[in-house]
Each structure stands twice: as structure tokens, then as C-alpha cells.
Design a protein around this ligand. Structure first.
Ligand code: ST9
Ligand code: ZN
Ligand code: ZN
Length: 368
């Protein structure tokens, strides 16, 4: 579903005025449409959202097919090898998004040598989440203008909009408007990114769907349509929902130990499902950190493990991470205290919690 104005115009055409956007727009009018001279009362922006039916229909078909593929996979009709293979392709596509599009190209958290960039571009193509250039442009705009009308998946417009609704309506005019201010010259200078952008529409059918579906058919005789449904469609839809949860759930539910003034949260479930991208309060506070998290382990951050392995192999370098004392200071200044680490001088310190006292085992106890 690459962006095509012509197709989109054919399929769309319904304009609906939505209450929440009116409410949000009016709340924000003062910020985004502030007059240059004398302050005036906030003017209501009449924003109308426009459904793109092409995408609504496509997502309805994809979800139906994905459920059928899941049924085939779970009900023993398919080779176990195909299920393992589906997971492998899902992991590769996930890493293409997290390690590639996200931490490398969108945030420049590290530098990758050409072979790694080619591999990540291939993985990112498997994920079919728009070409790297468009993915990065939307994501940089999301970070620069989080939860404003210029944010493509503004979480103040609700769970559904930030999860997948934003892909089924035309963008708010502020998205391209403010988006023009975002510097994309580094991506324009990367031949891998520009090559993928140029041939994206040709690459998608083959790299995302056809070749991964043909491998189980050729190698161990899985019926092609079974393979297409599970490895092509179901795998694609699962990876989309895992990714979308970062924009929805990890902007709604969880703690805010680094900055309580923003919507992104620390969400371990999303971190697990999205390969380490659920530590979203940290990530929005320090977006250039290649680990995208302060704490945690490789199980809840496989993307960091992948980058560390690549760095050991000499494929990645200039890995940036936030200094722990800087993180602590920032956390104390703007966090919600969920990460508050209080040191005690010893037994009897007033900061010592009752839980800590219960941990202590006292031998030769004497109540005197
Ligand atoms: C998908 C992306 O799902 C998901 C991204 C999620 C990000 C999450 C990040 C979290 C971290 C990563 C976690 C990974 C976890 C992985 C785990 C895996 C297991 N700035 O877009 P158009 C301009 S994609 C500047 O057509 P409409 C620009 O000039 C799913 N300018 O707007 C553009 O023209 P061009 C599959 C901008 O008409 C023009 O406006 N893909 C910007 O309103 C028109 O742009 C789909 O479903 C900007 N930000 O249509 C495709 N944006 O591009 C869906 C636009 O030529 N997309 N401009 O330069 C569409 O059909 C349409 O974009 C639309 C809006 C209907 C949504
Ligand atoms: Zn990010
Ligand atoms: Zn975010």
C-alpha cells in the first residue's frame, strides 16, 4: 500500500468531521496557529478527516486472510518447518524496522558499514512498512512534534487512531506542513536508502510476499497458498500490530521515569513484542541512544543484542548511549519517581523501606 495519490483519490472521498479532532485542534490552536502580533482568542480550526477507503478495504482483507493463515498454522495442517520459517522471517523483518529504519536511519544512534546497511534495507523491505525514507520522515516528525496535529499518529486522538487508524485517513495538513522542516539530507546521501525508495514498488511483491512464500513450497513441499497465507500475510499482520503497539499502547499505558510531561511510557509487554522498543519514555527522552533503554536485558531488547553483535563483527560503530549519571539527574528532575533509586547509609536510615527491613535476616536476635 505505498502512497499513491491517484489510487487514494479514487478510493477516498468521504469527509467526516470528528469531535475529538475538533477538541484537540481547538486546544492546540493557540500553540500551532499563534498569531505573530497581539494575542487573540483561540480560533477553532475546522479540521475534517477524510477516510481512505482503499486502505480500509485492504486492511479488512489482510486481517481476514491473516486469521485464516493463523488457523492453518495452529491446526496442524502445515509443516512445523514452515512455522519456524515464518518466525525467522518475522524476526528479520522486525530487526529491519528496529535496528535499521528506527535506530540507524531515523535516529542515527550508530553508524553501519555498507554490508550491514544492505542487509537491514533487505530486512526492512520484508516488513513492508513504507520505504525507509518515508518511514524515517514520519518517525522524525513524530519525535519533533509528538502529540500535536503534526504528529502522524498523534496519541491524543485515541488508541485506535495512533495504532492503525492514522493509516486509513488523510494526514492532518500540519504533518506535511511541519514535516518540511525536518532535515532528510543524511538519507538522501545514502545510496542504499535511495535505491530502495526508487524500486520499492517492484521490490514489495517479491521480497515481502512472493519469495518468503515460495521457499517452504520449493524446499519442503508446503502447498503454496498455505505458505502464502502464513508466511506472507499472517506474519506481516502480526509484525504490523507489534510495531503499532509502540505508537498506541506505549503512548498510553506504563510508567514515566524519565519525563512525566510526555505521553510515551515504559511498557515491558510492548518491549517484548517489539524487540526492545517498548522503553518508550526513555527513548523519547534520549532518542539517540542505540539501546533505546536504560535498563533491561537482551531478552527484552533483542535489537540491542543484534547491534552489539554487529559491532563486535566490525559492521557497526560509533554506538551512542546516555551517561548513567546524566540519566539519573534527568530522571530526578523530570521523572515520575518510578525509577527513583534512594541510597541508604545503613540500618535505621529513614529512607529504608519496610520491604528492605523484611529482606534482612537478623541472627542472635535480642529484643533489648
Ligand atoms: C506502517 C508504518 O505500518 C508503521 C510505522 C510505525 C512506527 C513505530 C515506531 C516505533 C519504533 C519501532 C518499533 C518496531 C517494532 C517492530 C517489531 C516487529 C515484530 N513529512 O502520505 P501521503 C507530504 S506502514 C513531510 O500520501 P496522505 C509529502 O510531500 C503500513 N512531508 O499523505 C507526500 O508526498 P511524497 C503499510 C510529508 O495523502 C505528501 O505529503 N503502508 C510527510 O494524507 C502526501 O503524503 C500503508 O498502509 C511528513 N511526515 O495519505 C501505507 N508526510 O510521499 C499507508 C507526508 O510523494 N499510507 N508528506 O513525498 C497511505 O496510504 C497514506 O500515507 C495515507 C495518508 C493514506 C496514510
Ligand atoms: Zn524513535
Ligand atoms: Zn513515540
Amino acid at each position: 500500500m505505498a502512497t499513491s495519490t491517484t489510487f487514494a483519490q479514487i478510493w477516498s472521498g468521504v469527509q467526516v468531521e470528528c469531535d475529538d479532532t475538533k477538541r484537540i485542534a481547538s486546544a492546540r490552536t493557540a500553540v500551532h496557529h499563534r498569531p505573530q502580533q497581539a494575542p487573540q482568542p483561540a480560533k477553532k480550526l475546522r479540521y475534517r478527516w477524510q477516510i481512505v477507503w482503499r486502505n480500509v478495504i485492504a486492511f479488512a482483507i489482510l486481517h481476514t486472510a491473516a486469521v485464516y493463515g493463523l488457523y492453518l498454522g495452529l491446526s496442524g495442517y502445515m509443516y512445523f518447518k514452515t512455522i519456524i520459517f515464518m518466525n525467522l522471517i518475522g524476526w528479520c523483518s522486525g530487526l529491519g524496522i528496529t535496528v535499521g529504519a528506527h535506530r540507524l536511519w531515523a535516529h542515527r544512534c550508530y553508524t553501519a558499514r555498507l554490508p550491514m546497511r544492505i542487509l537491514l534495507a533487505l530486512f526492512q523491505t520484508l516488513a513492508f512498512q513504507n520505504h525507509i525514507y518515508e518511514w524515517v520522515r514520519d518517525h522524525r516528525v513524530h519525535h519533533k512534534f509528538t502529540d500535536t496535529d503534526a504528529d502522524p499518529h498523534n496519541s491524543l486522538r485515541g488508541f485506535f487512531f495512533s495504532h492503525m487508524g492514522w493509516l486509513m485517513v488523510r494526514k492532518h495538513p500540519d504533518v506535511p506542513g511541519k514535516g518540511k522542516e525536518v532535515d532528510m539530507r543524511d538519507l538522501e546521501a545514502d545510496p542504499v536508502v535511495m535505491w530502495q525508495k526508487k524500486y520499492y514498488l517492484w521490490l514489495i511483491p517479491f521480497v515481502t510476499f512472493l519469495i518468503p512464500s515460495l521457499i517452504p513450497y520449493w524446499c519442503w513441499g508446503e502447498p503454496f497458498w498455505y505458505s502464502f497465507l502464513l508466511v506472507g500475510i499472517t506474519r506481516y499482520m502480526i509484525s504490523l500490530h507489534c510495531t503499532w503497539l509502540v505508537n498506541s499502547a506505549a503512548h498510553i499505558w506504563g510508567t514515566k521515569p524519565y519525563d512525566k510531561t510526555i505521553t510515551p511510557t515504559e511498557n515491558p509487554t510492548v518491549a517484548f513484542l517489539a524487540f526492545g522498543e517498548g522503553w518508550h519514555n526513555y527513548h523519547h527522552t534520549f532518542p539517540w541512544d542505540y539501546k533505546a533503554a536504560e535498563l533491561g536485558n537482551y531478552w527484552l531488547n533483542v535489537s540491542t543484542a543484534f547491534i552489539d553483535v554487529c559491532a563486535r563483527l566490525g559492521l557497526a560503530y560509533n554506538l551512542k548511549t546516555a551517561n548513567p549519571s546524566l540519566v539519573l539527574k534527568r530522571s530526578q528532575r523530570t521523572g515520575d519517581d518510578t525509577n527513583k533509586r534512594v541510597e541508604v547509609w545503613g540500618w535505621g536510615d529513614t529512607d529504608m523501606t519496610e520491604d528492605d527491613k523484611l529482606i534482612a535476616e537478623i541472627s542472635r536476635k535480642n529484643d533489648d
